[in-house]
Design a binder for this molecule. Structure first.
Ligand code: SF4
Ligand code: SF4
Length: 507
């Protein structure tokens, strides 16, 4: 039996221990809280936005990939015979071709995909006839979009102008679109006999630095894998077959994020044109630089000017991995990245791909699929389809494009919700850097489960249908509210008749 004195002493000792323990927890909490506060403040600083302001020194590519290099990218999971992509597999090739047929030739889209004028577009819908109704609906969505533009102009005027400014820059002819045979066109940059590099490693090191100097955040090098080069496509050559020019030896591939705050305010305030403009310019600068040193160059840039698929090439160059939403996932900026590349005959040392277990994260996450307003992203537990021999998550380009028509300004078509909501799409503050470093090293999966629990419980996600335009039953919701510099009521003489739905812009 425990006497009263002992039990009092024990109680006192216990409460002392508890007090000390509580004090320790409180102190630790205060420390972590203070650090979190500092991290939060640092994360709010525009300098924390990877890709903005620090690119010239290359410090945006801060994640050390070396411990994770592998010979073959696990996310390029082969499950059947490998086939090269067709020209029509690229959505923008199809929509630009059909737009041209409508405007130049007076073609009107109708239920019969076999009447599409461009045989390369028909070829695509002969393989995916079930997607034609979605594409057909996109033309109807565009009519509704156009009819509602003026009604919402006050609200989206600044976003419209911001996107339009970059769009105007994007549509300039630099770098010029090829107009002749690649054996001629790619050598137009060449100013002299090739200056010999000390080694391919020296050449790779320097081209990466130059990509940073030209404003790029992330850069890698890979050999050109023919399996990702489009068939039946060569800019400047209308009747090209399957040949790949011999001087297309190596690929310098690079990218920048879209400006973070508008991107988080997807769909209405976001634009891809800012990053598209920057990567396009950089591809031209890189080509001109190579030409000055005597090497051929073939810039690949956004719009319909890619002759190969950028995402798998970026994966092979170790920039990141494949994701559920079909976009490249990088450790620094997640899927918030736009890509361009230059093919060259310069001998370069290739980077190896990486294995960062991002695919495991996608298996448990599904946030993008749940948020997607058009239901275009597979919600399966594992990659559930085979595309050209590679196992992937199913993705419907055509229904995604249909939803793009609900962008509420003329220049800001597009959606990007799947990028905005992805837990990897986070600015470079200490807490996110910590998670990005620890998750690939954690075989238990505890880190990603904890992160996902936080994402699901502490953050507000609008319902998928709320992202829809007002004319389509939604309320123009966005993951974040727009930054102050895109709110028309802060700068223009407009009457504010709307409410914002989404997390406050700072969260
Ligand atoms: S939101 Fe989740 S499932 Fe989608 S790409 Fe990002 S990590 Fe993967
Ligand atoms: S861009 Fe929008 S519609 Fe397309 S897949 Fe992403 S969330 Fe869905």
């Amino acid at each position: 039996m425990v006497d009263k004195k002992h039990s009092e002493e024990a109680a006192a000792s216990l409460s002392r221990r508890n007090f000390l323990k509580m004090g320790g927890i409180a102190a630790a909490t205060a420390t972590v809280g203070a650090a979190a506060g500092a991290g939060f403040v640092a994360g709010r600083d525009p300098d924390a936005n990877v890709g903005w302001g620090r690119t010239e020194a290359g410090k945006d590519m801060y994640f050390n990939r070396e411990p994770f290099r592998v010979d073959k990218a696990p996310c390029l999971n082969i499950a059947g015979p490998i086939e090269r992509p067709e020209w029509g597999d690229f959505l923008f090739n199809r929509v630009m071709s059909m737009g041209g047929s409508m405007h130049k030739d007076g073609w009107k889209p109708n239920k019969d995909w076999q009447q599409i004028p461009d045989p390369r577009v028909r070829e695509y819908y002969s393989r995916y006839p079930e997607r034609w109704p979605e594409m057909l609906l996109s033309f109807r969505e565009k009519v509704k979009h156009d009819a509602n533009l003026e009604k919402h102009r006050d609200r989206f005027a600044l976003a419209w102008a911001y996107s339009g400014a970059f769009g105007t820059g994007l549509h300039s002819n630099f770098p010029p679109v090829p107009t002749a045979h690649p054996d001629e066109d790619d050598f137009k940059w060449v100013k002299r006999e090739p200056m010999e590099f000390q080694s391919p490693a020296h050449a790779s090191k320097l081209v990466k630095q130059m990509a940073n100097k030209f404003g790029m955040s992330l850069v890698g090098v890979t050999k050109l894998d023919p399996s990702f080069v489009f068939k039946n496509m060569m800019r400047g050559m209308p009747d090209w077959g399957e040949e790949i020019p011999k001087h297309w030896k190596n690929v310098i591939i690079f990218g920048v994020p879209m400006n973070w705050d508008p991107m988080y305010a997807a769909i209405g305030y976001s634009t891809s044109f800012d990053a598209y403009y920057r990567v396009k310019q950089a591809s031209g600068l890189m080509a001109a630089w190579l030409g000055e040193l005597g090497y051929a160059a073939r810039p690949q840039f956004p719009g319909a000017d890619y002759e190969a698929m950028m995402v798998p090439l970026a994966i092979q160059a170790g920039l990141g991995e494949a994701t559920r939403n079909g976009i490249l996932m990088t450790p620094e900026v997640g899927p918030n990245i736009r890509l361009a590349a230059v093919f060259t005959n310069l001998d370069l040392e290739a980077d190896k791909p990486v294995d960062l277990h991002m695919g495991h994260f996608c298996e448990s996450c599904k946030i993008c699929a749940d948020s997607c307003p058009s239901g275009s992203i597979s919600k399966a537990d594992k990659p559930d389809t085979v595309v050209r021999g590679y196992k992937k998550y199913g993705f419907n380009q055509d229904s995604c494009w249909r939803f793009w028509q609900q962008g509420p300004s003329e220049t800001g078509l597009g959606c990007r919700v799947c990028i905005a909501v992805c837990p990897y799409t986070r600015k470079n503050n200490w807490i996110h850097a910590l998670v990005k470093e620890s998750d690939p090293r954690d075989p238990t999966g505890l880190t990603r489960n904890a992160l996902l629990a936080m994402q699901h419980n502490f953050f507000y996600y609008p319902d998928a249908e709320n992202y829809h335009a007002e004319w389509s039953g939604g309320n123009f919701a966005s993951y974040h509210q727009p930054p102050e510099w895109l709110r028309s009521e802060n700068y223009l003489k407009v009457e504010k008749t709307w409410e914002y739905d989404g997390n406050w812009e700072g969260i």
